[in-house]
Design a protein around this ligand. Structure first.
Ligand code: B12
Length: 305
């Protein structure tokens, strides 16, 4: 049986690490083991159980009630509703390995055929979160660790972005939905998550202005004045330095928020949660939280019309 570290469990289940830790402590339904380094290792069963819980919560169940069923009963219900979970995970990790093996040395034709093949056979959202984003992370990590040339990283990043944009362009042009601006803060070049956020907003029927990486705040404010968005979403995949963080959040609160409601997400935003909260800026915990906020926004937009 595979074991997974908490960040991977968060990715596989769509739950934040904080939620996973709290459920573990409060309800005793998870059974991670500890490695020699003291990190928690979660089993495939833990992942299946958490996925089942998340699905149930998304349909309105309460974690308090569910937890009373106990681990064994939850696991048997999880197996009954999603017998294919570990098969899917195995298939994704096999595919990821195949994709990575066609990069060093680069076999462009094989790589692109494999990506296209994978993306064609499953719903795009699933391909995005199951294959494309994990691929981005692994390729970037190989570059960071000195195992892959930056040119290959750039090539793969563009390939992934192309797939996201092309999926976005196949959606009907949104004319009436909530207006949303998606951007990364100044100096932030990690823009794949922002791209995925923009896609999510488009799927939900929003009119999206996607600005991507490294957006100067003066320009963001100017654009918001013109566009009058219902919401501006900023992706903070990494934590800015402490001095920059305070200035940045202050400018967001003083200059952007008067022209647009504001929400932030990403590992950096979660790490700066207290600072954002001090300035009353909404922090989106994960993509499920984003969905929830978008649903609210769309309901308000429909009610206004
Ligand atoms: C790919 C990558 C790159 C690529 C980026 C390509 C691109 N166009 O995006 C390249 C090679 C360009 C790059 C460059 C650099 N990188 Co880099 N990079 C990565 C890597 C490997 C993966 C990031 C990624 O794309 N992950 C996949 C996406 C989908 O995940 P994500 O961005 O984390 O977003 C997730 C969440 O944060 C969340 N999320 C994000 N935004 C939002 C918004 C909302 C609303 C919501 C709901 C959720 C959400 O959802 C996503 C899915 O879970 C990470 C390490 C890692 N394993 O994470 C380092 C990492 C982020 N990079 C790092 C660094 C230091 C750099 C450089 C400064 C290195 C250098 N010396 O030049 C440069 C410059 C970057 C800059 N100026 O911004 C550090 C950051 C350290 C920190 N301060 O936290 C990391 C953590 C590596 C490390 N361990 O040191 N990088």
């Amino acid at each position: 049986m595979n074991t997974h570290r908490i960040h991977m469990v968060a990715k596989l289940t769509g739950l934040s690490r904080d939620v996973i830790r709290v459920w573990e402590r409060r309800f005793e339904i998870l059974k991670p083991t500890r490695g020699a380094n003291r990190y928690r290792n979660y089993s495939d069963e833990d992942v299946a159980l958490l996925r089942f819980l998340k699905e149930q919560l998304d349909t309105g169940a309460s974690i308090g009630e569910l937890s009373k069923l106990g681990r064994e009963e939850l696991l048997s219900r999880a197996r009954a509703t999603a017998p294919q979970v570990s098969f899917v995970d195995d298939a994704y990790s096999r595919l990821l390995q195949e994709l990575l093996s066609s990069l060093n040395p680069l076999n462009r034709v094989l790589f692109e055929k494999r990506v296209n093949g994978a993306v064609a056979v499953i719903p795009f959202e699933e391909a995005l979160h199951g294959i494309l984003l994990p691929l981005q992370e692994q390729v970037g990590q190989l570059w960071h660790d000195g195992h892959l040339d930056v040119a290959i990283e750039h090539y793969v990043t563009r390939q992934i972005q192309q797939r996201i944009f092309s999926a976005m362009n196949q959606l009907p042009v949104a004319e009436f939905g909530a207006k949303v601006v998606v951007a990364c803060p100044p100096g932030e070049e990690h823009d794949i998550a922002a791209c995925a956020v923009a896609y999510r907003c488009r799927v939900r029927g929003c009119r999206v202005h996607y600005l991507g990486a490294n957006v100067p705040l003066v320009s963001l404010v100017k654009l918001c004045e013109q566009v009058e968005p219902d919401l501006t979403i900023m992706s903070f995949p990494v934590v800015p330095s402490e001095a920059n963080a305070t200035d940045l959040v202050q400018v967001l609160a003083d200059e952007v928020r008067p022209v647009s409601a504001l929400a932030v997400g990403g590992h950096g935003a979660l790490a700066m949660r207290d600072l954002f909260m001090k300035y009353n800026i909404t922090v989106l915990e994960n993509f499920a939280d984003l969905d929830h906020r978008l649903d609210q926004l769309m309901r308000q937009t429909v009610a206004r019309r």
